[in-house]
Write a protein that binds this ligand. Structure first.
Ligand code: C2O
Length: 546
């Protein structure tokens, strides 16, 4: 095992997009930021130097962080922010996971431009893949672009209690693509050789949108999601919620020419009529042997914006492929939780004059999560500081959930939420099963839920209200897919299971960035185990203080 070391200078840089100069916050001046390559078993050390005017923290999305909760990164959950001018060194080991993950800022909306790929190869290298070794590997980061300053966009939304302005474009590897105004030269290009196989490592780094991804003239074989192998799954469309990754093989066997690859927003209602389609970004696949041509590349036929059947088909067709010796589904459950979540409202504050109907809030089991302000949850947990959080996150919603309404959980009583910093305490090594029920009180929305610190098995997914008797028969306890982020369908549910084998504080939240400050989150407090190697060590010496 090796040590992989990087220095990340986070700072404001000038970039040009749509023929205008813009200022963004980025790592080492790059968008996307540097790709980290490591092997399973390696130690990763990243020195983050904050030269930006904003508070900073970096999260290593999907990394299990075994006994290194101090390096997980969510602002005010596991650390106080790295203040402007300060630095912090993240150090963690990569154990028992292979595939594509990523890193991103975990403070305000800065992850829009502060993110990059984190790629984990098998210990023995690519020859140990459970699929034919590709000719080349290509990271594809799908992103979302604002012409305005993203921190200001978020602050304005919070000040008014309303929806923030939506993004101006989607991107592939930081580039808008030639469908957007004034972006012809700003299109991602992938050069391929006829007959070769490529491994695309696709990351949905968009801030608030699920995405469909296709490539004209080509189809994919999915071999991994969220850094867990899958049984090879052939498909011509990929679907990714923010936070999720897909590793897909593609064979360059189309007639040598130029082809568009495209990512398009998957949303619950069609976008308002625009002068042009601002929900689709493109890149171009170029065969090296193609004749020069000025014709437009072929465009893939994209699913409709609201094509839930296609998304559901993709999400539910994947099954896990376990490496020998890697964990299997725990069959005994210690903690059963039923968690409803969705958008609701809290009373308007006096300083929100434009707010009349109640400010938008989001909640889990009717608790809208409040970030602590004095000290991070992890530090409070470690030092036993009182008054920062409570341990009363409810195991079920606070009222009789309407199981008889088979269609949608529209119970109005789920709309009004209380606020609090409530955690669920679990014993070391306990198996936790959570029924995640997406409610539909203010419209239906998809919520991609992300759990820090653990991979979970996805046992079942469905629409409408969860019904124990029928659902339990559909549990996949043999080879379920393993994930760190699950898109719980619009007005639907999912059942996940994980083993709490990592002491510390672990955030679970909606990975639509806009729902985070509204409170769609909670955290687990996992106790220490009985031995030194199941005990959280003290924080590193340069740990950021509030
Ligand atoms: Cu990728 Cu808590 O986030």
């Amino acid at each position: 095992a090796a040590v992989v070391e990087h220095t990340f200078r986070v700072g404001n840089v000038r970039v040009r997009r749509q023929c205008k100069n813009r200022v963004i916050t980025a790592v080492n001046g790059q968008l996307p930021g540097p790709t980290i390559y490591a092997h399973e078993g390696d130690t990763v050390i990243v020195h983050v130097i904050n030269e930006s005017p904003y508070d900073m923290s970096i999260h290593w999305h999907g990394i299990l962080q075994l006994l290194t909760a101090w390096a997980d990164g969510p602002n005010m959950i596991t650390q106080c922010p790295i203040r402007p001018g300060k630095s912090y060194t993240y150090k963690f080991n990569i154990i028992g996971q292979e595939g594509t993950l990523w890193w991103h800022a975990h403070v305000s909306s800065l992850r829009a431009t502060v993110h990059g790929a984190l790629i984990i190869l098998p210990r023995e290298g690519p020859k140990a893949y459970p699929f034919p070794q590709p000719y080349k590997e290509v990271p594809i980061l799908l992103g979302e672009w604002w012409n305005a300053n993203v921190v200001q966009v978020e602050n304005k939304a919070l000040a008014t209690g309303l929806q923030p302005n939506k993004s101006d474009a989607f991107t592939i590897n930081g580039r808008l693509g030639d469908l957007y105004r004034c972006s012809d030269k700003h299109t991602y290009k992938l050069d391929v050789e006829y007959g070769k196989t490529y491994l695309l490592r696709i990351i949905n780094a968009a801030v608030n949108n699920q995405l469909f991804f296709k490539m004209a003239g080509h189809s994919f074989t999915v071999v991994a999601v969220d850094a867990g192998y899958t049984v090879p799954y052939p498909t011509d469309v990929l679907v990714l919620a923010p936070g999720q990754t897909v590793d897909a093989l593609v064979v360059a066997n189309a007639p040598p020419s130029r082809y568009y690859m495209a990512a398009r927003a998957y949303i619950s209602s069609p976008p308002p009529l625009q002068p042009f389609d601002d929900t689709t970004t493109t890149g171009i696949v170029r065969y090296k042997s193609a004749m020069p041509s000025s014709a437009r590349p072929a465009m893939p036929l994209m699913p409709d914006y609201t094509d839930t059947p296609t998304a559901h088909q993709f999400y539910t067709s994947l099954t896990g492929l376990l490496k020998p010796g890697w964990p299997t589904v725990p069959l005994h459950v210690d903690e059963h939780m039923f968690v409803t979540f969705g958008l609701g409202t809290v009373p308007c504050r006096r300083d929100q004059p434009r707010c009349t109907q109640g400010a938008l809030a989001a909640s889990m089991n009717n608790v809208s999560f409040e970030f602590p302000t004095q000290t991070s949850l992890l530090e409070a947990h470690f030092k036993g500081v009182k008054g920062i959080y409570t341990r009363d996150f409810p195991d079920r919603p606070p009222l009789v959930f309407d199981f008889t309404n088979k269609n949608l959980s529209t119970n109005r009583a789920l709309m009004f939420t209380s606020k609090g910093t409530k955690l669920k305490k679990v014993k070391y090594n306990a198996t936790v099963e959570i029924v995640l029920q997406n409610t539909a009180i203010i419209g239906t929305e998809n919520h991609p839920l992300h759990l820090h610190g653990f991979n979970f098995f996805v046992l079942a997914q469905g629409f409408g209200n969860f019904d124990w008797e029928t659902a339990v028969q559909s549990y996949n306890l043999v080879h379920p897919q393993m994930r760190n982020t699950i898109a719980v369908p619009t007005g639907g549910w999912a059942v996940i299971r994980f083993v709490a084998n990592n002491p510390g504080i672990w955030f679970m939240h909606c990975h639509l960035d806009v729902h985070l400050p509204w409170g769609l989150g909670m955290a687990f407090e996992v106790e220490n185990g009985p031995t030194p190697d199941s005990t959280l060590p003290p924080p590193p010496p340069d740990f950021p203080q509030c």
